[in-house]
Design a protein around this ligand. Structure first.
Ligand code: C5P
Length: 223
């Protein structure tokens, strides 16, 4: 491929999007949050009471959904049929359902197709679960991120609180991450797994800026 792709995969709440945004900004690449796409589709399923186990319903639903990204300073602003849903897709109802919807074969095929189209000609950083293994198996640089589960839950909990969620407990966040990690790694269709050529990045004990420097070093070595 002529354009450059940096693929970032890993467990839930490992700071994938933080690193992806920072890299995109430094390198002048476009950042694409593939998780936001699965979350927005999930929101549509929830709102419209769509049964994810009904192939006909899923097919019709996917035809009715249009997702678009609006890049504002490398944040992931996503619209669902024209409506800005970036905040709502981060809330617990979506987090609790997204792994079930994203395990669906039809949903994945459609999302992967759209993601590949977005990365066809531009330099991009994309984060998710199957970017280095499926969406862009030919990405020039791949990272696989991990961190201690307790630290991850604490980070996500603080983030929810800072956004005004005062009802979700730390235990609930911890359980949701554990549940999603389990569902994401054990599903049949492109499960979360490290691509053989992915660089492992454990950020339990390093700062955001140390992480960015490490990743930039790796990018420069690989490009
Ligand atoms: O990245 P984020 O945590 O927002 O993703 C939410 C969920 O979307 C994940 O737990 C996973 O079930 C699904 N996902 C996926 N494949 C991707 C990105 C996200 O299955 N490439």
């Amino acid at each position: 491929r002529k354009n450059l792709v940096i693929a970032i995969d890993g467990y839930s709440s490992c700071g994938k999007s933080t690193l992806a945004k920072a890299l995109a900004k430094k390198l002048g690449f476009i950042y694409i949050d593939s998780g936001a796409m699965y979350r927005a589709v999930t929101l549509y399923f929830i709102r419209n009471h769509i049964n994810v186990n009904d192939p006909e319903a899923v097919k019709n639903t996917l035809e009715q959904i249009e997702l678009n990204f609006h890049s504002r300073d490398y944040q992931s602003h996503i619209t669902l049929n024209g409506e800005e849903v970036s905040e709502e897709i981060r809330q617990m109802p979506v987090s609790e359902t997204v792994s079930e919807v994203s395990a669906n074969k039809q949903v994945r095929r459609e999302m992967v197709k759209q993601q590949q189209r977005m990365g066809k000609s531009k330099n991009i950083v994309m984060d998710g679960r199957d970017i280095g293994t499926t969406v862009f198996a030919d990405a020039q640089v791949k990272f696989f991120m991990t961190a201690d589960p307790k630290i991850r839950a604490e980070r996500r909990y603080k983030e929810l609180q800072s956004k005004g969620d005062t009802t979700t407990t730390l235990e609930e966040v911890f359980e949701n991450l554990a549940h999603r990690d389990y569902a994401d790694t054990t599903r049949a269709e492109s499960p979360l797994t490290r691509a053989e050529d992915a660089i492992i990045l454990d950020n339990t004990n390093i700062t955001e800026s140390e992480q960015l420097h490490f990743a930039l070093d790796m990018v420069h070595q690989h490009l």
